[in-house]
Write a protein that binds this ligand. Structure first.
Ligand code: SF4
Length: 231
């Protein structure tokens, strides 16, 4: 829970990120069009990685370790530029890697569709041998996710102890960047990761339609809950 002063500082931080990002995004689009707008999302990701490193250096140590993947079995959300960024990354992989990723995405989406109102914990389709197979381009939600207690994660606790400073700084970066995209205006809203990447790969017109401002370029996300554990 934030105090009034902390909330005010948080909103000012979002506004600063929005202003800086809108200017840089406008330049990136001017140089490279839709591809520039997609590539710009890497700046958010670098900022989040820096926030996480600073939090580790100064705050309580996260319990997260390579090979621990409890949070990769929760619903994960990503914005349009993140989804297209991942789709471009996959398209640059060897054919066999692309085919495996496509099969995993299709299995994930088909399984989720069996029980859309009460989805079971399901491994992210990019989780391979308990490692993230798209680690360099994983979305902001995954970069922000952390836990101060592996036991809470293993027990599937509804409350995971986290570093509040890291969360606030990460949220400011994510919210300010999303607003900067919308200022262009380019849609930047939350989509279930697996279904959205599958949609981006399946429809070669999706990137162009998003860059034209189509809010349904990746389809609708009819099962999006209002609050997410990993978003
Ligand atoms: S994208 Fe990677 S880090 Fe994120 S949930 Fe999937 S496997 Fe885990």
């Amino acid at each position: 829970m934030l105090t009034d002063d902390e909330r005010s500082a948080f909103l000012q931080s979002i506004a600063r990120v929005r202003q800086r990002a809108a200017q840089a995004l406008w330049q990136a689009q001017g140089a490279d069009g839709a591809d520039g707008a997609v590539a710009f999302i890497a700046q958010l990701h670098r900022g989040l990685d820096t926030v996480a490193e600073q939090a580790r250096a100064t705050g309580p140590q996260p319990a997260c370790q390579a090979g621990c993947a409890h949070c990769c079995h929760l619903r994960v959300e990503a914005t349009e530029p993140e989804v297209f960024h991942i789709a471009q990354h996959l398209r640059a992989q060897p054919a066999a890697v692309q085919a495996d990723a496509l099969s995993a995405l299709q299995r994930h989406v088909a399984t989720a569709a069996l029980n859309p109102t009460h989805p079971a914990r399901q491994a992210c389709s990019f989780l391979v041998d308990d490692r993230c197979s798209i680690y360099p381009v994983r979305p902001a939600a995954c970069r922000k996710a952390h836990s101060l207690s592996a036991t809470h994660c293993a027990d599937q606790s509804t409350t995971i102890p986290q570093n509040l400073r890291l969360l606030v700084d990460a949220e400011a970066l994510m919210a300010g960047t999303a607003l900067a995209y919308r200022d262009q205006p380019l849609p930047a809203s939350a989509h279930e990761l697996n279904a959205a990447v599958l949609a981006a790969l399946a429809d070669p017109t999706a990137l162009h339609r998003w860059h034209q401002g189509d809010p349904e370029a990746l389809g609708q996300d009819p099962h999006a809950p209002s609050t997410q554990p990993h978003s």
